[in-house]
Design a protein around this ligand. Structure first.
Ligand SMILES: *Cc1c(COP(=O)(O)O)cnc(C)c1O
Length: 219
């Protein structure tokens, strides 16, 4: 199957409210071009240096919308702000406050999502549900940031039923936060190659799909 035909078969399953993001980490610029020619404009990277070199190679495609989905190290925050359109992986209050200060210096209003773990998972970054609710007032004070929604990555080894429940919990949490703060959280970034249909059922607006578009990554 070609990249274009894989994209087409995923597209056929998407409701109009869900945007397909092609996760292009470990994937060459040539493959990104093939996805671009098939109509994809949203690409996600998890490593800053790798992303910057591809962005250089793809400078002739100015309407790509770049998503950052990796763990954001504090010393790379400024460069990430300058290089990406949406950061999915804002994962702590401390980092939010740092981005807020940098954004003020740069005179920008970066779009961000809050990474949450609705199922506790010591291997992943992000807020636990209760911690996130407790940090909302301080996040609201980060006024340079345009907080657009929640992002989640599920732990390994869940059944389909457990995955659906976890995605629904993420959606409910966005609702709870909206009802109790001034934030408006229209976006839910959830679902990857092996679980995006479940995420869509639970209301995902952004799905992050790598392997099902580009094939297995070779590390
Ligand atoms: C790699 C990655 C994906 C894509 O995973 P696939 O299983 O290849 O679709 C999605 N989200 C994040 C945060 C990732 O790191």
């Amino acid at each position: 199957m070609t990249i274009a035909s894989r994209i087409e078969s995923i597209r056929l399953t998407l409701p109009p409210s869900t945007r397909l993001i092609a996760v292009s980490k470990q994937v060459s610029s040539d493959y990104i071009r093939q996805a671009y020619r098939a109509g994809v404009r949203d690409f996600a990277e998890s490593k800053l240096q790798e992303a910057i070199s591809k962005q250089q190679e793809l400078k002739d495609l100015p309407d790509i919308y770049w998503h950052f989905i990796g763990h954001l190290q504090a010393n790379k925050a400024r460069k990430v702000l300058e290089s990406f359109d949406l950061i999915h992986s804002l994962d702590s209050l401390k980092l939010a406050q740092r981005l807020d200060r940098l954004a003020a210096e740069l005179e920008i209003n970066p779009q961000v999502l809050l990474q949450v773990k609705v199922i506790p998972d010591p291997d992943k970054f992000g807020w636990d549900t209760d911690e996130l609710i407790a940090d909302i007032p301080a996040l609201v004070n980060c006024q340079q940031l345009k907080i657009q929604g929640l992002m989640t990555i599920l732990p390994q080894g869940l059944s389909a039923g457990e995955k659906l429940a976890a995605f629904e919990k993420t959606s409910d949490l966005a609702q709870i936060i909206e009802n109790s703060s001034s934030l408006c959280l229209p976006h839910l970034s959830m679902g990857m190659s092996n679980d995006y249909p479940l995420a869509i059922k639970a209301g995902a607006t952004l799905i992050r799909v790598g392997t099902s578009i580009f094939g297995d990554r070779i590390y």
